[in-house]
Design a protein around this ligand. Structure first.
Ligand SMILES: NC(=O)c1ccc[n+]([C@@H]2O[C@H](COP(=O)([O-])OP(=O)(O)OC[C@H]3O[C@@H](n4cnc5c(N)ncnc54)[C@H](O)[C@@H]3O)[C@@H](O)[C@H]2O)c1
Length: 344
């Protein structure tokens, strides 16, 4: 059976965002020919792609995945061997303020892309190695009790809490239905919270680092005890490549970091690293900036991913130990002020 390989052509959606740009950088460096389709919303930053912008194997198309005609043209001209679909509205707080863009891009945009991909795949005589990889979140599973040892497996029922996770759940069902109803070769992955360089400053870890560097308060939702399972973006990209190239059609794969941390402990560690690496806050400690604020409505208590399937089938394990990864991330934001001061 023909296999996707580093000589293949990969269409990435949302490649100017945090995870998508890491995918574009990694795949282009490995020799894949990559076409990045991105609408360039507020969450995008083309500076994330400076390393590959001049590479002849990297192409960029400024477009909306909801625009069917443009997507048809992109498929016809680029002739992808596979699609990795990451384009999404991704911030839970924004979805609570206004869910419309989430339904539009995450649900309607995904349906549009699935249909265009299906028509293209059929027109290419159902290209054997073709894959549509839909990238999703563990938030579709809802949450877990704080005190239990339970983890989400691929068999856990969906029970999304926020408009964001509900829109991702809908898109997951749509992707799987395009496989079961029309035979499109879909693979799906659900990952936990990512962290690392180039993450938009609205997300917890960069927000705390940047607020801390600026001497601003560090807002902690509720009592700060909510637990997330932190996955380094580079570990995630390695897992995505395995799911794309070796995943079984119609299967889903959980991708987790094996790093369960309460938000308040993450923030305290960030403060300690900032105290160690940055002298900008005068004589005080960054810990003094922590402020507890009203909790997010519907705030999920705990996420924890069981990634046994990925480990058993492909030997994948996250390589980053969280404290080291977090410390390197703090250093990255200190060393790359240009990126967050001017780029977003
Ligand atoms: N960041 C995480 O921790 C995390 C965790 C689990 C799952 N995910 C999923 O991974 C994917 C990528 O997440 P991220 O954190 O990199 O997101 P991000 O918000 O950083 O980037 C999203 C990108 O999608 C683009 N985009 C948005 N709407 C579009 C549209 N209609 N057409 C074309 N492009 C559009 C944006 O311009 C942006 O570049 C998302 O599908 C998200 O649901 C993220």
């Amino acid at each position: 059976m023909p296999r996707l390989s580093p000589t293949s052509r990969l269409l990435v959606t949302g490649g100017a965002g945090f995870i998508g740009s890491a995918v574009c950088r990694s795949f282009a460096k490995k020799g894949w020919t990559v076409c990045n389709v991105d609408k360039l919303t507020y969450a995008a930053n083309l500076d994330n792609l400076r390393e590959v912008a001049g590479d002849s194997r990297y192409h960029f198309v400024h477009a909306d995945i909801c625009d069917r005609e443009t997507m048809r043209t992109v498929f016809a001209e680029f002739q992808p061997d596979a699609v990795m679909h990451l384009a999404a509205e991704s911030h839970v707080d924004r979805s609570i303020e206004d869910a419309n863009a989430f339904v539009q891009t995450n649900v309607m945009g995904t349906v549009n892309l699935l249909q265009v991909a299906l028509d293209y795949w059929i027109a290419r005589d159902k290209l054997e190695e073709f894959r549509f990889h839909h990238v999703s979140t563990d938030e579709v599973y809802g949450d877990l009790p704080l005190d239990g040892g339970e983890r989400f497996t691929e068999a856990t029922s969906y029970n999304p809490s926020s408009p964001y996770s509900a829109s991702k759940a809908a898109s997951d069902f749509m992707a799987m239905s395009w496989h079961r109803t029309f035979g499109l070769p879909v693979v799906l992955s659900n990952c936990s919270n990512n962290y690392g360089p180039y993450q938009n400053k609205e997300k917890l870890i960069p927000l705390m680092i940047i607020q801390g560097l600026s001497g601003d308060f560090l807002p902690v939702y509720g009592n700060g005890k909510n637990v997330r399972d932190w996955l380094h973006v580079d570990d995630h990209v390695e897992a995505l490549e395995l799911v794309l190239t070796r995943g079984v059609i119609g299967h889903r794969y959980n991708i987790g970091g094996g790093n369960e941390w309460a938000n308040i402990d993450v923030i305290k560690h960030i403060c300690s690293y900032l105290d160690e690496y940055s002298s900008r806050f005068g004589s005080g400690s960054h810990h003094d900036l922590i402020r507890y604020v009203a909790d997010r409505p519907g705030h999920d208590l705990r996420y924890a991913i069981d990634y046994t399937k990925l480990e058993r089938e492909f030997g994948w394990r996250p390589r980053h130990d969280f404290k080291t990864g977090l410390s390197e991330t703090v250093k990255w934001y200190i060393d790359n002020r240009w990126w967050w001061e001017h780029g977003q």
